[in-house]
Write a protein that binds this ligand. Sequence first.
Ligand SMILES: *[C@@H]1O[C@H](CO)[C@@H](O)[C@H](O)[C@H]1NC(C)=O
Ligand SMILES: *[C@@H]1O[C@H](CO)[C@@H](O)[C@H](O)[C@H]1NC(C)=O
Length: 248
Amino acid sequence: MILRAAFGIMCFVLSSCSLGYGKLAPDFIHPCNATTRECLVKATQDAIPDFVKGIPSLDVPSLDPFVIERLSIPLNGLKVTFYKGKVTGFRKCIVDNVISELDKRHFVLEFHCNLTIKGQYDAVGRILLFPINGEGDAKVKLTNLRMKVDINTKYVKDKQGIDYFGIKSYKYSFDYGDRVHFDLKNLFKESKELSETVLNFLNENWKTVAEEFGKPLVDYAVDLAIRTIEVFFNKVPYSELIYVPLPA
Ligand SMILES: *[C@@H]1O[C@H](CO)[C@@H](O)[C@H](O)[C@H]1NC(C)=O
Ligand SMILES: *[C@@H]1O[C@H](CO)[C@@H](O)[C@H](O)[C@H]1NC(C)=O
């Protein structure tokens, strides 16, 4: 207890605990001195472009681009597989709000982004009224996808007594924003014309289509992003992320 208090005072005097331990947080992390909305939004916005590139020294994988090796989307009457996929655009996300209630172990992040998903697909079954039997290049563009992630955090102590943020649970909500544009080649292997007609139809009804088959893809992306943040939290001490004392 006394040792910890002494260490705390030392940290205070040196304004950081990095000396002797080696700072782990990358330079693009600008810790806030208080959990004000203004500071948290700015700090999060500052960190995103670099964070999403990945941090090899901390085993934090890249989120922009992030790779979808293979994702099966099970739907009523339609079997879609998306593979060799790449999602880009997270580096330019705009942070709309951040709430950090340290004592309540509660964290909220709201942002919007333009994302591009590129890869290969195959699909057999029906989309809306149309029987589909296709495979080929797939590109989906989302304009101003809005997302709110609500995280229950926890504090975890390692063997040396150093505190870290943890993620206890999370939920999220989103909307597809202003527009989702599909470019799916070869929806019907037999007919180029029919493929184009149906593709136009899908784009005219983008909202219904996105709502019908977008969720698994978004779930996948959010889960990956959360796990990536978790890796980061497991490695970088609390004291390097925010300059506010850990709540009792
Ligand atoms: C926190 O306070 C320190 C010392 O006053 C200051 O140098 C730093 O810029 C502040 N950080 C932020 C993000 O405002
Ligand atoms: C997304 O693209 C639209 C149209 O090109 C643009 O108006 C908007 O500012 C972009 N949004 C973001 C978050 O970059």
